[in-house]
Design a protein around this ligand. Structure first.
Ligand SMILES: [Zn+2]
Length: 341
């Protein structure tokens, strides 16, 4: 993709405002859902924020426009003339999110992380490969360091995508630019070496950007991001009102298995209830002729009572005509081509 067009000033959000202005809503959400994957941690110093009613109009606009959804990249149709794209993604967090990233690892939590690589990932991939469905695996590099057998499991069928999900699921949105960049480069180098392919997709471990994330992704030549939530169709990310060429394949907490499946949380939902939410969302995407993107985690969806839900969802979707299952990378390349980017 095009890179190097972003100026130093456009890579930064407002200089006048503390960076924390950009994230209190997500931090509050994370405190509410208390799940064990992908979410940012609550920001203990959020109370230091200057409330929005004390900002100038210029400050409000500058903050909002720093990174914002631009034009829709929804294509007229998907590959093969399909009316809806189904993109399944799996964030292979394992031990990184269950203790390592905050340095508070315990034997019990690490064992739950090991379940992800040892049992859940093979179970998930077996289902996908049996059904002939390609998917995208967003992986903190350390997950592969800890259990490299996952590489062969994912590669076996030859149709899945490896994508970046940080080095150790670090909270990228809270890091200084040089640290964030170094960890991301380390992750890209490692993933390229062990998989034989340079990943082109990124999903932020925190599902959030620091003021520098977008600029770093552009510098490093990523084709797409899948961390933001401004639409349920693909779009181009704008920075300070200017198109960046960066494709966004948006996510959503209600299309994520982790928050509602956390047995220790206060919002636990039976898997078959969650299946109905996902079916309803797919029905909407099908009616619109747009895109259905679902985020899962092997260590969450890979339990016996939950994998049946993914199986049923796949069968339900396959019962529809003109559905295209693809990787995020295939979808990003398609929408880029269709938009003439
Ligand atoms: Zn994650």
């Amino acid at each position: 993709m095009e890179d190097g067009k972003m100026t130093q000033s456009s890579m930064q959000m407002s200089h006048r405002l503390p960076r924390k202005h950009a994230i209190p809503a997500l931090a509050a959400l994370a405190a509410l859902i208390g799940a064990t994957a992908c979410q940012p941690s609550p920001d203990p110093s959020a109370s230091e924020n200057i409330p929005g009613w004390q900002w100038s109009d210029e400050q409000v606009l500058e903050t909002v426009n720093a990174v914002r959804a631009g034009r829709s990249l929804q294509p007229d149709s998907w590959p093969g003339g399909a009316r809806v794209a189904v993109l399944l993604s799996f964030d292979v967090d394992n031990e990184t999110v269950l203790g390592l990233r905050y340095g508070d690892a315990t034997v019990g939590s690490l064992s739950k992380g090991q379940f992800g690589a040892r049992v859940a990932l093979p179970r998930v991939v077996d289902l996908l490969d049996r059904e002939g469905i390609p998917a995208s695996f967003f992986i903190p590099a350390v997950s592969l360091v800890l259990d490299p057998s996952q590489i062969g499991v994912i590669q076996a069928a030859g149709h899945h995508e490896f994508a970046i999900h940080g080095w150790i699921h670090e909270l990228n949105s809270s890091l200084e630019a040089d640290v964030e960049r170094a960890l991301l480069q380390r992750a890209v180098d490692y993933m390229t070496e062990v998989t034989g392919t340079r990943p082109l997709g990124y999903r932020a471990p925190s599902w959030n950007f620091s003021p520098n994330t977008l600029g770093i992704l552009r510098e490093m030549g990523f084709l797409y991001d899948s961390s933001l939530m401004a639409d349920d169709r693909p779009y181009e990310i704008d920075a300070n009102g200017e198109p960046t060429g960066m494709i966004e394949l948006p996510v959503e907490w209600i299309l994520d298995d982790a928050p509602l499946f956390n047995p220790l949380g206060d919002r636990y939902s039976p898997p078959r209830d969650v299946l109905q939410v996902w079916k309803d969302d797919f029905d909407g995407a099908y009616a619109e002729g747009t895109m259905f993107l679902l985020t899962m985690h092997p260590h969450v969806i890979g339990h016996r009572s939950r994998i049946v839900v993914l199986d049923e969802l796949i069968q339900y979707i396959k019962g529809h005509e003109d559905v295209w299952f693809g990787t995020h990378l295939q979808a990003a390349r398609w929408v880029k081509e269709q938009a003439g980017m």
